[in-house]
Ligand binder design. Structure first.
Ligand SMILES: O=C(O)CCC(=O)C(=O)O
Length: 295
């Protein structure tokens, strides 16, 4: 029996590759996350370059701090770590990807009012191909996510299609233009919902989001998870410091040494560009972009 999702929701996820669970989190969780964000915004003040905790916008200056992403928030915020281990996140994930789950990564994308950066169309699985694709990203929606403030957008059903070519001139560039691979922009769907909702998208889903030129921020905290028997293929961007480190990323259930294999058209995201490991930096290698950048 599923823990929290209805059979209809599970069926819909299998067909479309996404779900939005409206008003899924208690207000208290949101209040605590917002307080944590303020702490990291204070830390960004005075910084001159991104570091291993905070990723800064291109237009950031120490006097006009502009935070683009909080990196691996589960490691530097108790609030965001506790939420990750809670049933608010793990129960729907178990309903979709089974009882044994491992963390791939976490990140909090700020998409601030007026300048929050776009993320070009991509598939997460193109960055980290695994032996099977029971892989999903849960997005904790921290501000109401509407058409105006750069919502996450997806191509429903694209999780069942190819893993598209994310290379430019033979180097991994972390994105592509959907129209060039036969996807019709009219089919893209905006994931909208009030603060406290969560979005869930499949690891092979084609997704992206536009620059936020509105006067409201659109912050979203992602936890990217996978079935414990999905193992990274060589060349995947998955951080791998040996099996003990890998097993420390178990979120629930039991680890395994037996990968489950699924026949998926994999592309290896190599060679990598010589830039810091950040989707924003990697996507600078794209020659054409679907979304505007800040002037
Ligand atoms: O923040 C967004 O809208 C999309 C983020 C995303 O797809 C990513 O960081 O991989």
């Amino acid at each position: 029996m599923p823990e929290v999702l209805s059979h209809e929701q599970i069926h819909s996820y299998r067909e479309t590759g996404y779900l939005v669970l409206e008003r899924h989190l208690p207000d208290e969780v949101l209040i605590n996350i917002r307080a944590e964000i303020s702490r990291f915004e204070d830390e960004a003040r005075g910084m001159t370059a991104s570091n291993d905790r905070l990723d800064l916008e291109e237009s950031h200056t120490p006097k006009d701090p502009r935070l683009r992403r909080i990196k691996l928030p589960h490691r530097i915020s108790d609030v965001m770590r506790d939420l990750m281990y809670s049933d608010h996140i793990l129960a729907p994930a178990r309903d979709l990807a089974g009882p044994n789950l491992r963390l791939h990564t976490s990140k909090l994308n700020m998409k601030s009012a007026g300048y929050g950066a776009a993320v070009e169309w991509h598939q997460d699985y193109a960055f980290y191909p695994h032996t099977n694709d029971d892989i999903l990203a849960i997005g904790v929606i921290i501000d109401d996510m509407e058409s105006e403030n750069g919502p996450l957008m997806v191509y429903p059903g694209s999780h069942k299609g190819p893993v598209y070519d994310h290379h430019v001139d033979g180097v991994f560039a972390g994105g592509f233009i959907p129209e060039t691979v036969g996807l019709n922009s009219a089919d893209a769907v905006e994931l909208k919902g009030p603060a406290g909702s969560i979005s869930i998208h499949h690891g092979r889903m084609v997704h992206g989001s536009a620059l936020n030129t509105s006067d409201r921020s659109r912050r979203i905290l992602f936890y990217e998870l996978m079935a414990a028997d999905a193992f990274p293929i060589m060349g995947s961007m998955t951080m791998w410091n040996g099996i003990e480190d890998y097993n420390e990323r178990m979120l629930c259930g039991e680890p395994t040494l037996t990968p489950r294999l699924k026949d998926i058209p994999i592309r290896i995201p190599q060679p990598q560009p010589d830039v810091p490991i950040s989707i924003y930096e990697i996507q600078k290698g794209l020659k054409s972009r679907a979304f505007k950048t800040i002037e």
